[in-house]
Ligand binder design. Structure first.
Ligand SMILES: *[C@@H]1O[C@H](CO)[C@@H](O)[C@H](O)[C@H]1NC(C)=O
Length: 335
């Protein structure tokens, strides 16, 4: 009962910056749609591949060095990483070996199976959402609903969501959040489309509704003050019901609730990066300033950060090399 249309107006205002990276990479984010996303949304955005295979993972897997000091600025932050059982042994490995130890107290993995080994490895920071393991819209909204509820119960001041193909530069994330008050309404993220998404809500009023949303694959953060205002639309599984009603995936539903229902605008943070961008266009000299990174494969081309410290065979995602750039003393980095 709802039509999703492209907003045809000029791209103006509010951080709708088009970077070289945006232009060069095929846009696979929601756009140009004149029909419902329907239940099958997500099948048109194939999973990034190949996954970091077990066989090509670095030999130093599951690094057990002295846990580095976590950034004190992250103490009030709740970090969720959305994953799925099929990716525990592949996508989570580079995360567990690199940035997770820097934020192990506040990072939780939201998945869809029980995994004792992972539970042990993360000191009990795995939550089986009991959601479906598919990449369908409703399964994605189901996990986001649980993430939101667990954050609310945590009492933390910031909710930051990432995907299991993100590297998070914890120091820069802490720096970013230190610049905003969690007692004010903040929705920090990165848009992946150049215009606001416009939908016609025939079910309710027939009005056109246009809003921005932070791409889930780049990561986004929400202050507790804003999360509290979202509660009537998001708590206790209501997030899923909104997603069902507007038939849009999790990150778009988040944008709809925050921008349209709660009337808080997305603040664009350019330092968040999803695999919809070309990673190699982030200048090497600027890598350390960025907050999140990702990777993917498009046709035969690997879309990875341009940093070449460790062997490509051992480090196909480049997350270990990136980590060595940011934390040269990590045990697996060349001396
Ligand atoms: C998932 O199901 C198990 C078993 O019924 C339950 O103990 C657990 O609380 C559920 N998890 C969530 C996040 O609801």
């Amino acid at each position: 009962s709802l039509c999703v249309c492209v907003y045809l107006g000029a791209v103006v205002g509010r951080g709708a910056r088009v970077s070289a990276a945006d232009l060069a990479w095929p846009e696979r984010a929601p756009k140009s749609v004149d029909a419902d996303y329907g239940q099958d949304y997500g099948e048109e955005t194939p999973e990034p591949e190949p996954e970091p295979e077990r066989s090509t993972s670095p030999r130093f897997a599951y690094v057990t060095e002295r846990t580095p000091q976590a950034d004190p600025r992250l103490a009030d932050v709740f970090i969720s990483v959305k994953t799925s059982g099929q990716f525990h042994d592949t996508r989570l490995r580079p995360i567990l070996d690199t940035w997770f130890p820097l934020a192990s107290q506040q990072t939780w993995f939201f998945t869809d199976v029980d995994d004792d080994a992972l539970q042990q490895r993360t000191n009990g920071h795995v939550i089986n959402t009991n959601c479906s393991s598919s990449h369908r819209r409703d399964a994605l909204c189901c996990k986001m609903a649980v993430e939101y509820d667990v954050f609310m119960d945590s009492g933390k001041k910031w909710f930051c969501h990432f995907d299991d193909d993100n590297y998070v530069n914890t120091a820069r994330l802490g720096e970013l959040l230190a610049g905003f008050s969690p007692r004010q309404d903040w929705y920090l993220g990165k848009n992946s489309i150049r215009t606001p998404l416009q939908i016609i809500d025939r079910a309710i009023s027939g009005d056109r509704v246009s809003f921005w949303f932070g791409t889930g694959g780049a990561g986004f953060c929400i202050s507790r003050a804003l999360a509290l205002k979202m509660s009537p639309f998001a708590s206790g599984g209501r997030f899923m019901r909104v997603g069902d009603k507007i038939r849009l995936p999790d990150d778009v539903t988040m944008g709809y609730i925050i921008e349209h229902l709660v009337k808080t605008r997305l603040t664009v943070v350019d330092e968040f990066h999803s695999h919809l961008e070309q990673m190699k266009f982030i200048r090497p000299a600027e890598l350390s300033q960025q907050i999140s990174f990702s990777y993917s494969k498009y046709a035969d081309e690997m879309n990875v950060v341009d940093v070449d410290i460790l062997d490509q065979e051992q480090d196909p995602t480049r997350f270990y090399s990136l980590h060595c750039l940011l934390h040269p003393k990590a045990s697996f980095c060349p001396r």
